[in-house]
Design a protein around this ligand. Structure first.
Ligand SMILES: Cc1ncc(CO)c(N)n1
Length: 229
């Protein structure tokens, strides 16, 4: 890389991943929502997979908590962990009730498992900078498309609520914080280590693309709640 003279590390990382960033921003899952044409089956499958990912997200942020450089970061991550394990789970209860989504013994599609395992492996094997880089990929990407999509909120209440949640200051502040953490970490990294973070950021985006594509897999049956045949 050419140094950080006129930009910061997070901006450089995103620029290095321009093509895959755009691929996710223009993925049919995102554009179908923007055009208010996401099939209900796809939405239900997506929410089911998202719910299944919550515990993995908790584990990823738990690695970050342990590997963080100081208490300022740990305090912030405790708040993130609390939001995921409390408000987020309550939100999914309402969501599943509203859409009639039940539980299933069916194995998750390979791309959904690969997303969880791939992100968790980076968090387990990597250092704090690696973890903030992949979670920045996930949250910056969501903040960007959800702010755009929420200009015309969906008529579907849970979809509208979900997109709004990721377009609100609380979530966007979290993404900004990850961005600031990546930028702060930059000071102690050499060029090879910075390039490695860009690679991890791109890997996370590829796992995201595959995860969102899996929602369109019509061979995977959406589990129906009792009385919602
Ligand atoms: C799959 C996925 N990626 C990113 C986010 C943003 O937090 C999310 N909720 N789900």
């Amino acid at each position: 890389m050419t140094g950080l003279d006129d930009t910061d590390l997070s901006t450089w990382i995103r620029t290095e991943n321009k093509a895959i960033w755009e691929a996710m921003q223009t993925h049919r899952f995102v554009t179908d929502i923007e055009k208010e044409q996401l099939p209900r089956e796809v939405l239900c499958r997506y929410f089911f997979f998202e719910h299944a990912f919550v515990e993995t997200a908790v584990q990823i942020f738990a690695y970050a908590l342990l590997k963080a450089p100081g208490f300022a970061q740990r305090r912030r991550l405790i708040a993130t962990l609390s939001a995921l394990s409390e408000a987020q789970l309550v939100w999914f209860q309402d969501c599943f009730a509203s859409l009639g989504i039940g539980q299933t013994g069916e194995a998750l599609p390979p791309a959904v498992t690969a997303f969880a395992e791939g992100m968790l492996a980076i968090a387990r094997d990597g250092d704090y900078a690696d973890i903030v880089a992949i979670m920045l990929a996930a949250e910056w990407m969501y903040g960007t498309w959800c702010v755009r999509a929420h200009r015309r909120p969906s008529a579907e209440p849970m979809l509208r609520s979900w997109v709004q949640l990721h377009a609100e200051p609380e979530f966007l502040d979290g993404a900004d914080w990850l961005r600031a953490e990546v930028n702060r970490e930059a000071a102690r990294l050499n060029d090879a280590q910075r390039a490695r973070l860009a690679t991890l950021f791109g890997r996370a985006l590829q796992l995201e693309i595959d995860f969102h594509e899996a929602a369109y897999d019509s061979t995977w049956p959406v589990p129906k709640a009792e009385g919602n045949a």
